[in-house]
Design a protein around this ligand. Structure first.
Ligand SMILES: C[S@@+](CC[C@H](N)C(=O)[O-])C[C@H]1O[C@@H](n2cnc3c(N)ncnc32)[C@H](O)[C@@H]1O
Length: 230
């Protein structure tokens, strides 16, 4: 059973071993990751991203994004961290055919690769707005309460600011999703105080402590924190 405790001023889950822990090992994790097989386009896009030295979302995370976009019947999504479009493909698969993604990334070459992936997938160009820029400059210009989903996969050091922007951007019943919420197994390691790990913990705490959010931390991929805005 898990409860929230405090570590260095940041809310942290602590594990109580008095009850029997769930024996989820890496084999089970891998089984869950591959339970829904990626289609050909998504598989190729992931391979291409990895070849380019990026860290695209995992197959399990793509499955979760597709599921969540479908669940909230997303028609308008904001994405921080376009990369080469792997997460975008998964989000498009979960959205209706009129859904639009606004995706921000400071690297226009990566966005060109994402554009090519979306086009290959048959997504019309008026369904994606790729903005080349710093997310912290762009996000404040987007409209309050106008989005069904905000997916965060940018610079870890900016995660706390992204969460604050997501709370503003989401409509009631919208969902924020943070990738890398367990950050290479470091978030759960109380001895790790790397800048990125500390900021991710702060972002998780900010979500957990915001009354308007109902959070869920999923051990899928590198960890996905999802939270519904009341
Ligand atoms: C892990 S990749 C995104 C992968 C993508 N979501 C996918 O699954 O295909 C992270 C992206 O965040 C971008 N990024 C966003 N905000 C950034 C910032 N403030 N500084 C540096 N990179 C940033 C990087 O350029 C990179 O493309």
């Amino acid at each position: 059973m898990m409860t929230f405790g405090s570590l260095g001023g940041v809310t942290q889950p602590s594990i109580h071993t008095s009850s029997t822990p769930l024996a989820l090992d890496t084999r089970s994790w891998g089984y869950a990751e591959d339970f829904v097989q990626p289609d050909e386009l998504l598989r190729e896009a992931r391979e291409q991203a990895i070849t380019l030295g990026l860290e695209p979302i995992s197959n399990g995370s793509a499955t979760a994004l597709r599921f969540l976009a479908h669940l909230v019947q997303a028609r308008a999504i904001v994405e921080v961290g376009t990369g080469t479009g792997v997460s975008g493909l998964a989000l498009f698969e979960g959205m209706g055919t009129d859904g639009i993604i606004t995706s921000i990334d400071p690297e226009p070459e990566r966005q060109s690769a994402a554009r090519a992936e979306f086009t290959k997938a048959g997504v019309r160009s008026n369904r994606f707005r790729l903005i080349a820029g710093n997310p912290l400059d762009v996000l404040p210009k987007l409209r309050d309460g106008a989005y069904d989903m905000v997916f965060i996969n940018g610079d870890k050091l900016e995660y706390v600011e992204y969460v604050a922007q997501a709370l503003r951007l989401l409509r009631h019943g919208g969902v924020v999703v943070l990738n890398n919420a367990l950050w290479k197994n470091l978030v759960a390691d109380p001895d790790n105080e790397d800048d990125e790990t500390v900021i991710i913990r702060e972002a998780l705490a900010a979500v957990a402590e915001t009354e308007e959010f109902t959070p869920l931390l999923l051990p899928v991929g590198d960890g996905l924190l999802a939270a519904i805005k009341a």
